[in-house]
Design a protein around this ligand. Structure first.
Ligand code: ZN
Length: 312
């Protein structure tokens, strides 16, 4: 049993990218910027702001350049742009506003083909090239291994495969390696096992974890990932999120739910829960629906009431 972790955990806010990319209704660029501003006001200091992919494949991200042009000028916030290939990397760097390239490779061939038209091995090579491109431009880059815990097309994903990919990526010295449960199938035991093996393989490179709550295991997986040594957790305000190529994928773990759990457990996140809850309500109104996050419905931990309030 891992010791209880009581240090700080960094949350990457992914709502502007993973949270919105599967939404059928096009969100206005100005509203995406407002979401990013509100996340920053709530304390977010690392935000996945968009992806530079083919707009025909992901129409919601067609305004990537416009979003970047309107990003708040903040030296204390790291803006991540997701890219799949050289063309995406060039687009992201050309904006002059992306601090970090997020390269994505996929653990299985069939998902890699569906997601980015290449084999799993090809996706690792592309990620390595993206990391080098970022370095040449004096930017940082991280790499995410999608479908690390299961594949919608191939089912089980061998831990050895993910560890081998992480080792190959580590050779290019990315800022971090992320393991993504892209379709929301992971369980806490699998998370603990895989993160321990990946950590052993990549040495000092930090591990980030990305979970979807598709089957209700999201928060348990976050807890397990931290116990196994992940130092950064992805979360999306409201629990929005999905993957256009992963049938049934729904809901990143909600930022407000993750923050509630961690802060109550004595793990600092630097995020302000009431501000996140207010942003959930704003976002729900904007999108015209109730968002999956739990804590925005219930509120945070009860504040002691005066007797008058109690009997009012
Ligand atoms: Zn995701």
């Amino acid at each position: 049993m891992a010791e209880l972790y009581t240090g700080n955990i960094e949350i990457v806010e992914v709502s502007p990218r993973d949270g919105l990319q599967n939404e059928q209704v096009q969100i206005a660029t100005a509203d995406k910027i407002r979401l990013i501003e509100r996340a920053i006001e709530a304390g977010a200091r690392r935000i996945e702001v968009t992806s530079f992919v083919n707009p025909r494949a992901v129409p919601q991200m067609a305004d990537a350049e416009e979003v970047c042009a309107a990003l708040p000028q903040r030296d204390d916030v790291t803006y991540i742009g997701l890219v799949m290939n050289q063309r995406g990397a060039d687009r992201a760097l050309d904006t002059g506003r992306i601090d970090q390239l997020g390269a994505v490779c996929v653990a299985t061939d069939r998902f890699a083909m569906a997601n980015q038209g290449q084999t799993s091995e090809g996706s690792v090579e592309a990620a390595l090239a993206i990391i080098e491109t970022a370095r040449a431009a004096a930017k940082s880059a991280q790499a995410t291994i999608a479908a690390s815990f299961g594949c919608p097309f191939e089912g089980e994903v061998a831990e050895d495969r993910v560890v081998a990919m992480a080792s190959a990526l580590a050779a290019a010295r990315p800022a971090e390696i992320a393991l993504a449960d892209t379709i929301g199938v992971a369980n806490p035991a699998h998370v603990a096992s895989l993160i321990a093996k990946v950590k052993e393989a990549i040495g000092a490179i930090p591990v980030r974890a990305h979970f979807h709550n598709t089957r209700g295991t999201g928060l348990a997986n976050v807890w397990s990932a931290i116990g196994a040594g992940a130092v950064t957790i992805d979360a999306s305000i409201g629990g929005l999120g999905g993957c256009p190529f992963a049938p049934g994928a729904a809901g990143n773990v909600a930022t407000e739910d993750v923050v509630y759990m961690l802060e109550r457990a004595g793990i600092a996140t630097g995020l302000d829960l009431p501000a996140l809850i207010a942003t959930n309500h704003w976002l729900g109104e904007l999108m015209g629906k109730d968002l999956p996050a739990m804590v925005a419905k219930s509120g945070g931990f009860p504040v002691p009431k005066t007797q008058e309030e109690e009997f009012a």
